[in-house]
Design a protein around this ligand. Structure first.
Ligand code: FAD
Length: 298
């Protein structure tokens, strides 16, 4: 299939991007790596009449940089999945603890190599597929999205207010996602991830991400999230409650998995019934909690 007719704008500065988005409103779409937008246009699931390509902008620190600032890791929207697979590229010592392991490990689960070379971190977040690894991470860790436009002051949007439903965020048509901020996880955090997909490189049927802060052998803080079980990635608060205060053991992880199963209400589709996805959520959570490292897709 070929896309419907569109006009193409390739601005040279962020200000020109914002001006183009403000001028064309919901007729326009940002083109980043094109790994989701172009297939959707080819299938005529998206029919923007104006494409604003951010791939030809001159290098821009806010869009292309990865930096650490007082406990916060900032990832520019135009950073490619492949760059995160090799994180940290430029010696970001403090961030290269559990969060670094998570970024490197999760990146390998995003599609195939050619997709990771072209696709961008911000494109994945803005596309808001509820099973996308970066969206699950953003929701679970409580990321903040930095959003700019020419019509109002810069906004910082919490992940829980950013993801609205399938492929839908609180971004306005004239807004550009420029950066995502993540909390740096210190050495007392232990991270885990588990994903079930039908084939390597496919989107997850269900995936779970966990982060536990352990002090004196007990869990003092827990973050548990899942994708593929609702219109957005979700925080699993009952599973988190089952973990906080406990000693991390397989039995506790089993209880947290059961709690996760009880708190999701997924829909069924051709990849799995609602009941299957619900049960799978518990299994993914339990395995993520017990994982010694982020697994490699096979
Ligand atoms: C075969 C295949 C398998 C894949 N498997 C996976 C997978 O397993 N896991 C996964 O997470 N992803 C997967 N993807 C999607 C891939 O990760 C995409 O790269 C990503 O979803 C979109 O990033 P992009 O830079 O290509 O964005 P684009 O396709 O260019 O844009 C996607 C959407 O986001 C908007 N957008 C992009 N950047 C911005 C911005 N800065 N501000 C505002 N809006 C913006 C666009 O307007 C568009 O609506 C797969 C893709 C393919 C083709």
């Amino acid at each position: 299939m070929k896309p419907a007719q569109f006009s193409y704008i390739a601005p040279e500065t962020v200000e020109e991007v914002l001006a183009a988005l403000a001028e064309h409103g919901d007729e326009a779409k940002v083109l980043a790596g094109g790994q989701s937008l172009v297939p959707m246009m080819n299938f005529r699931l998206a029919r923007p009449s104006v494409i604003v390509d951010i791939g030809r902008l001159a290098a821009d620190e806010s869009l292309d940089g990865i930096s650490v600032d007082e406990g916060t890791l900032r990832i520019g929207a135009r950073v490619r999945h492949r760059q995160l697979e090799h994180f940290p590229a430029n010696g970001l010592g403090p961030a290269d603890g559990p969060l670094g392991s998570l970024l490197r490990g999760l990146a390998r689960w995003v599609g195939h190599l050619p997709i990771r070379v072209r696709g961008t971190f911000g494109g994945s977040i803005a596309h808001a597929d509820p099973a996308a690894e970066w969206c699950i991470m953003a929701q679970t860790l409580g990321a903040e999205m930095v959003v700019r436009s020419s019509t109002r002051p810069m906004r910082i949007v919490a992940a829980e207010d950013f993801f609205e439903t399938v492929f839908t965020t609180s971004l306005e048509p004239e807004e550009l996602l420029t950066e995502v901020r993540l909390p740096v996880l210190g050495p007392d955090w232990r991270v885990g991830f588990c994903e079930f997909a039908r084939r390597a490189g496919d989107f997850a049927v269900v995936a779970a991400l966990t982060a536990l802060r352990i002090e004196d052998g007990s869990i003092v803080e827990a973050r548990v999230g899942a994708g593929g079980v609702a219109g957005t990635p979700v925080r699993l608060r009952a599973a988190e409650a089952a973990l906080v205060g406990a000693i991390p053991t397989p039995a506790v992880f089993h209880e947290a998995g059961l709690a996760a199963t009880g708190e999701v209400d997924p829909s069924g589709d051709i990849h799995g019934s609602a009941g299957y996805r619900r049960d799978l959520t518990g299994v993914m959570v339990r395995r993520a909690l017990g994982a010694e490292s982020i697994p490699t897709p096979v």
